[in-house]
Ligand binder design. Structure first.
Ligand SMILES: C[S@@+](CC[C@H](N)C(=O)[O-])C[C@H]1O[C@@H](n2cnc3c(N)ncnc32)[C@H](O)[C@@H]1O
Length: 269
């Protein structure tokens, strides 16, 4: 997959994209990240990429011309137009389901804002989609772009060991993953749950599913509400209710198990 990035600070990407899993994916040609310095596409000899806002107010705004010029130059290289994404705190909040969809595209072009943001005509004229990495404001889109690239890279075929590593993990099926343990068996006065050492794969699978439901109910009831639960999940949730394990999520889970969710209105999360 090819990802083009437009930024006035392309140097920021060295490090996060050079090491570990993403670095390896790049070295093996699974992921092709191309960093473009927006200043190289500035329209004036001072290579200005920002200017004062029309209407006054504090801060600077990123000028439209460098983005448009850069995109025209890139258009000559692309065999097809990739999906163009503006990183923005005003975009849709990035979720794993969207990362999975984006990882299946052939190419992306990421636009990184700075200062007060980019001139609105960039958004109107060039951008297919705006994405936010969370409800907080960063100084620029570069870190957000790196987060997106990292999340996509690990889903590309060949990047991680096998599909298993990304199938059973948090947010798939709107559930958080179960807890993990490794050696030593006893540590700091705590031991590994016996079932994990039992060799009984069915029992291990059931324990993990139950832990996954428990964690999601306690920590992210909003996710549990969206999860598509089967009969086994309902049985496990009933068990958790009987065992008194659900604490503050008790009301929500009771409500989820009582049938038609739509008619009853949801309890406060
Ligand atoms: C300081 S922010 C601009 C914030 C803008 N004035 C506002 O209030 O919406 C500068 C740039 O950082 C990036 N950015 C900031 N927060 C972000 C977030 N949560 N997700 C993605 N990009 C973000 C965007 O590219 C944005 O143009």
């Amino acid at each position: 997959m090819r990802i083009d990035v437009l930024s006035i600070f392309p140097g920021m990407f060295a490090g996060p994209l050079d090491d570990s899993v993403v670095g390896r994916a790049r070295a093996e040609g699974i992921l092709d990240v191309r960093l473009h310095d927006l200043r190289a596409h500035a329209a004036d000899r001072h290579r200005l990429t920002d200017d004062y806002p029309f209407g006054g107010g504090s801060g600077m705004v990123m000028k439209p011309e460098p983005f448009f010029r850069a995109m025209t130059a890139l258009g000559e290289q692309w065999a097809f137009r990739p999906r163009v994404i503006l990183l923005s705190p005003q975009g849709a909040r990035l979720e794993q389901a969207r990362v999975v969809e984006l990882s299946k595209l052939g190419g992306l072009c990421l636009l990184c804002g700075r200062y007060e943001g980019v001139d609105e005509r960039v958004r109107e004229g060039l951008v297919d989609e705006e994405l936010s990495i969370g409800d907080y404001v960063l100084t620029g889109g570069e870190l957000a772009a790196m987060v997106l690239i990292d999340a996509i890279a690990r889903l590309l075929p060949g990047t991680l060991g096998g599909p298993g590593s990304t199938v059973e993990e948090s947010f798939n099926e709107n559930l958080l993953e179960y807890p993990h343990y490794t050696r030593p068996r006893f540590f700091a006065g705590r031991s590994v749950p016996d079932v994990l050492l039992s060799g009984d794969h069915g029992a291990i699978r059931t324990w993990r599913r139950k832990q996954s439901l428990l964690r999601t109910a306690r920590r992210r009831p909003d996710l549990l509400m969206r999860a598509c639960l089967g009969q086994e999940d309902r049985t496990l949730l009933e068990e958790l209710l009987r065992e008194g394990e659900l604490a503050e999520a008790t009301r929500l889970v009771r409500w989820m198990l009582t049938g038609d969710r739509r008619d009853r209105g949801s309890p406060a999360l």
